[in-house]
Design a protein around this ligand. Structure first.
Ligand SMILES: [Zn+2]
Length: 156
């Protein structure tokens, strides 16, 4: 079943190649927090409809839904998808870049397994991978002018 999800992730990202914006354009704000390599590698897509895996795959995972109706973003490996209303919010970009680092630290298969099991066990907001992303986001917002470099292993 993880294989199904990984296929869906890869297909979704391939289908959005042309709508991607490089995260390099955020470097004025994020240099020092994230490596230049990461900002070059990661990208984002602005879309009204966040990608959502097929219902059959989601129910196999034991979830009624993967995304809450109020979700404004989702990270699939090194591409994150944002709703237009948050596309201008640096804190949301920052949060999703932490998830990109988590995908890198764990690899797609383990990221997906761990993320799903955490959401089932703790609920979305208390899932440790989310808590870490929110904590980094809060730290950035509290002092956006004092960068501290975040690398993949710091995010899991
Ligand atoms: Zn998150």
């Amino acid at each position: 079943m993880t294989f199904d999800i990984i296929s869906w992730v890869n297909e979704t990202n391939l289908a959005h190649q042309k709508q991607r914006h490089s995260c390099q354009q955020l470097s004025a704000h994020f240099t020092g927090f994230f490596s230049i390599e990461l900002l070059k590698q990661a990208s984002f897509v602005i879309t009204n409809e966040l990608p959502c895996p097929p219902a059959t795959v989601v129910s196999q995972l034991g979830l009624s839904q993967l995304l809450s109706p109020t979700a404004v973003g989702i990270t699939l490996n090194d591409i994150y998808y944002l709703k237009p209303q948050v596309a201008g919010q640096l804190r949301v970009h920052f949060h999703e870049l932490i998830h990109v680092l988590q995908w890198q630290a764990l690899g797609p298969e383990f990221f997906i397994k761990r993320y799903m099991s955490e959401v089932i066990k703790y609920s979305y907001r208390q899932a440790p991978l989310e808590v870490t992303a929110y904590n980094f986001e809060d730290k950035f917002i509290a002092d956006p002018n004092s960068p501290f470099l975040i690398v993949a292993k710091d995010t899991i």
